[in-house]
Ligand binder design. Structure first.
Ligand code: M6R
Length: 605
């Protein structure tokens, strides 16, 4: 996945393109580039590494022009290098692309027959070459773009820019989102509305299969069948916080700290006194026989947590799977099934494909998303916002707890709808939930203790995480956070599973993080912890005061959190898991907000 932007402007576009790319860096950051048309001449600048390298290059080698396209890359075909960076240019055509052109090898072979050879390893360059070929056959730029698009298989968002055409961009969406921005005498196109936020709040989203011919004064959109299409222009309210660290050293630190506030806000969006009220259409769980939860990464761990909640509180059968496996398993979806998709970005390709698989099979498609205008939200019957606000750090933190929050509210609603929870019990849980933001703040106060332990964890080569029940998905999430940003190998196991094999890994060099509030499963967790310590393992126990008192003497380190009702423990225990990863990464000196090899939004399969 990559970020793309295009501008037909009235001022010099290079700095504006770079600024838009900065807001798209969450989609990839291994190289970047821009191309402009100036006095009819197409030219480009590209640099490997973060966007700052492109900015530096532009200082020494400026690029003039009032129309241009830009790209920030997450490599799929070909290593991150200047030559593989976008825009790709072939003669009089430049393109930027997000996605994958599946048939690029066949196209390359065909183009070789016309004497056109690529200079990069990318699939994208083939698109520019093909368009050049059609131009050489006498096509107009628009015809050349259309004929090229007709030949492409795969998923893409593409923008074409042509030599000699300072007032033309051709954009196409197939499987990757694209938004058109309307300015005053200017037009824009971008991977999302946030990229265009400082330029305009008037946005038209292209639908799947759409192509758009854009000039400074017009946009002509045609659908997948080539019919003229009327796509609504929306006024988008943008969260300016995206590029503001608000005094924190990293976005991740800011986003961890924001959790009490955003959770409190999110709750307000779902509660009417002591009743859970979903925004938009109501969901009647008495009519739901089975829930299928699908997501990727951290969002998947939120789903795994929700499985425990739905099963225990609402006695509802729940299937949960990672999107990339779910879709290709081709699971039968029986009548009475609600399919629920969880995604921060709302653009994750695997999750979106799984949603589309369920489209005509499930009774209802529900999504839990952070980006209200995202593809997943727009393709759902009911899209439930998590109200986390913009999340910039690649490692998801506040989105996770806000996803948990909405999923818990859904499970509570299901429990009441299905007669497994009284209104009184609901009111009690809701009042505990309302008090949770304050308790999360208290957990944040453990940050210094966690930092001290993290300095030692940073020395480890491998770390294990253990949890039982609701703490098992949290253990998985803790391990994912740690490996993502500190590059330490971390694995998580259900505590009871340790003795079935992973215990062989234990020795004094392997810290074992045990997440275990003093709940009904605590004694069993302590037994598993003893098994670790008996083999020389170093246990970092994250628990509450009662748990700390009962855990015994041999625990290496203990982090003590406030006690909360068991059902809320995942939301609380997420905080130390996040802080541990954060401080370990700081101790190791890694790039916390933009860790290597990753991107915030994964729009390729
Ligand atoms: O935007 P999504 O929630 O669909 O993203 C899913 C995963 O790619 C994401 O959670 C990823 O695992 C994060 N980097 C985790 O910190």
């Amino acid at each position: 996945m990559c970020g793309i932007v295009g501008i037909l402007g009235t001022h010099e576009v290079a700095p504006i393109l770079v600024e838009a790319l900065r807001r798209l860096e969450y989609r990839g950051y291994d190289s970047a580039g821009i191309a402009t048309v100036n006095d009819g001449v197409l030219d480009r600048r590209r640099a490997v590494g973060k966007l700052v390298n492109l900015s530096d290059l532009l200082v020494h080698e400026p690029l003039a022009g009032k129309s241009g396209i830009g790209h920030t890359r997450w490599a799929t075909h070909g290593a991150p290098s200047t030559v593989n960076a976008h825009p790709h240019q072939s003669g009089p055509v430049a393109v930027v692309h997000n996605g994958i052109i599946e048939n690029f090898r066949e196209l390359r072979a065909e183009l070789a027959g016309y004497g056109l050879t690529p200079s990069s390893e990318t699939d994208t360059e083939t698109v520019a070459m093909l368009a050049q070929h059609y131009l050489s056959e006498g096509c107009s730029p628009i015809e050349a773009a259309n004929r090229t698009l007709d030949r492409l298989h795969g998923a893409f968002a593409l923008v074409f820019l042509f030599q000699g055409e300072g007032d033309l961009m051709v954009a196409a969406r197939k499987g990757s989102p694209l938004a058109i921005g309307h300015g005053d005498g200017e037009m824009y196109v971008g991977s999302d509305a946030i990229a265009l936020a400082p330029l305009t709040d008037r946005i038209t989203y292209l639908d799947e299969g759409d192509r758009a011919v854009i000039t400074r004064s017009s946009v002509e959109i045609r659908d997948a069948e080539g019919r003229l299409a009327n796509r609504a222009m929306k006024q988008i309210h943008m969260d300016a916080a995206r590029i503001d660290k608000a005094g924190y050293k990293h976005f991740m630190a800011k986003e961890i700290a924001e959790q009490p506030t955003v959770l409190a806000d999110a709750l307000r969006g779902y509660l009417e006194d002591d009743r859970i009220s979903l925004p938009g259409e109501e969901l009647d769980f008495t009519k739901v026989e089975r829930l299928t939860l699908v997501a990727c990464g951290t969002a998947f761990y939120a789903c795994l947590t929700a499985k425990y909640w739905f099963e225990q509180l609402a006695r509802m059968p729940v299937e949960v799977d990672v999107a990339s496996e779910f879709r290709y398993r081709e699971p039968p979806i029986t009548p009475g099934t609600v399919a629920l998709f969880v995604s921060q970005s709302g653009e994750t390709a695997d999750t979106l494909a799984a949603l589309r698989y369920c489209r005509d099979k499930a009774d209802k498609i529900v999504s839990v998303v952070n980006v209200a205008e995202s593809s997943i939200a727009r393709e759902s019957d009911l899209a439930l916002p998590i109200h986390a606000g913009v999340e910039v750090g690649v490692a998801s933190t506040k989105a996770f707890t806000c996803q948990l929050n909405v999923l818990l509210l859904l499970a509570l609603k299901a429990a009441v709808d299905r007669g497994h929870m009284t209104q009184e019990a609901l009111s009690e849980t809701l009042s505990a939930l309302r008090a949770l933001p304050g308790i999360l703040n208290a957990a944040m106060a453990r940050s210094d203790d966690i930092e001290r332990v993290a300095r030692q964890i940073a020395e480890a080569r491998d770390v294990l995480f253990l949890g039982r029940g609701l703490m098992y998905p949290l253990a998985l999430e803790g391990a994912l956070k740690l490996k993502e940003i500190s590059y330490i190998h971390a694995e998580a196991y259900a505590s009871g599973e340790l003795k079935h094999g992973p215990i062989a890994l234990i020795d004094k060099t392997v810290p074992v993080v045990v997440l275990a509030p003093r709940d009904a499963l605590f004694d069993k967790s302590v037994s598993n912890m003893q098994e670790v310590m008996a083999r020389g393992g170093k246990v970092l126990l994250i628990t509450d005061a009662a748990g700390a008192a009962e855990a015994g003497q041999d625990v290496w380190q203990t982090i003590v959190l406030p006690a909360v009702p068991s059902v809320l423990s995942p939301l609380l225990y997420a905080i130390p898991a996040q802080l541990l990863a954060y401080h370990t990464a700081i101790a190791k000196g890694t790039d916390v907000d933009q860790p290597r090899n990753l991107a915030k939004s994964v729009t390729v399969e």
